[in-house]
Write a protein that binds this ligand. Structure first.
Ligand code: SAM
Length: 324
């Protein structure tokens, strides 16, 4: 595949680090990693678009947008209300990773996905962090330092997906987090997910996408529904109604092969994130559902139940088994 010309790489995550989209993505990543740790066997985290690793929240870039104030600032800033259980429990691994970058003081730094992964991983686990932008890749190398669990690559992400999968541990989490600088990246995301699942069908894939005009996402969902992945969870957070396609109204993650605990944790977490991270008085929204094969079997189960209920003879007592 052709390498993306570096001159076309205008996106810099330093402007956006710690915003609502990072909060959703990193909270989900942390929950997945925590689940992987339930087994002693090592796993590998592969971060295809890793960014710079660590972001100073007082930098000119972060100060220019102030986006982090509407994201991590709402959870750990001085005015943040304490979180109630069970939300506090589900957010703890992610928030502890952010706190660790700030040594208990006020928020000054925000860790990107590779540092959050490293913070949560164990001695036996491995991180492959891939970043194509030369300046961000250099920052990433500095941020990772001499951590022997981490390897930094500077490949085109879509080449990296093919080159590094399957991992030799046969257990892995793959974060695909493109900058979405041009419209073709939605198509590329579906193709990247297909390439990844083809090589590593049991991997936990997290594929991030922006929500501007929700209609524009239909081809992405149709393409991933055709992949035949038996478990594909769609997780979305809108911080404002999606009535202006020129803004980032929300974002989503497609999670292939999610741990069985993830849906329940997110069902508790998403309503609180939608409340806390809402951009205006009209409030936030969320969506959590299955697409593709999992959705089809859920629909089938629901229609079988309906048919069974309809089939119950009037004289049969409630709860009686119906059938032959
Ligand atoms: N995953 C990071 C995090 O959560 O902290 C943020 C990543 S940012 C949204 C996307 C990154 O992808 C940018 O740092 C950008 O330089 C990099 N990038 C853009 N095109 C790429 C490509 N074709 N291959 C690898 N990295 C790329």
């Amino acid at each position: 595949m052709r390498l993306a010309p570096v001159s076309a790489m205008n996106y810099r995550h330093a402007y956006h680090a710690g915003n609502f989209a990072d909060v959703l993505k990193h909270a989900v990543l942390a929950l997945v990693i925590e689940h992987m740790k339930r087994k002693e066997a090592p796993f590998r985290v592969i971060d295809t678009h890793a960014g710079a690793g660590r972001y100073a929240l007082a930098s000119p870039e972060a100060s220019k947008t102030g986006e982090w104030l509407g994201g991590i600032g709402r959870l750990l800033g001085p005015d943040a209300r304490p979180l109630a259980a069970p939300v506090a429990t589900h957010l703890q691994p992610f928030l502890d990773a952010v706190r660790a970058e700030n040594a208990g003081r006020a928020l000054r730094a925000y860790p990107g996905s590779p540092l959050i992964a490293l913070r949560l991983m164990r001695e036996q686990d491995v991180l492959i962090a891939n970043e194509l932008h030369p300046e961000d890749a250099a920052s990433l190398r500095r941020a990772v330092g001499r951590d022997r669990r981490a390897k930094v690559l500077e490949l085109d992400a879509w080449t990296a997906v093919k080159a590094v999968l399957p991992p030799k541990e046969r257990r892995g989490v793959i974060l695909i987090d493109p900058p979405f600088e041009d419209a073709r990246e939605l198509e590329q995301l579906a193709r990247g997910l297909a390439d990844g699942l083809e090589r590593f069908a049991t991997g936990v894939f997290l594929a991030w996408y922006p929500i501007k005009d929700p209609e524009r996402l239909s081809p992405l969902f149709a393409a991933v529904a055709r992949l035949g992945c038996p478990k594909l969870l769609r997780v979305e957070l809108l911080i404002q109604p999606a009535d202006d396609a020129g803004r980032l109204n929300g974002c989503g993650l497609l999670v292939a092969n999610p741990p069985y605990t993830l849906e329940g944790a997110l069902a508790a977490l998403l309503p609180e994130l939608a409340r806390r991270l809402a951009a205006g008085a009209r409030g936030g929204q969320h969506r959590l559902d299955w697409i593709g094969a999992a959705a089809a079997s859920a629909d089938k189960a629901a229609s079988t139940t309906k048919r069974r209920v309809r089939m119950r003879p009037k004289s049969a007592p409630r709860g009686a088994r119906v059938g032959r």
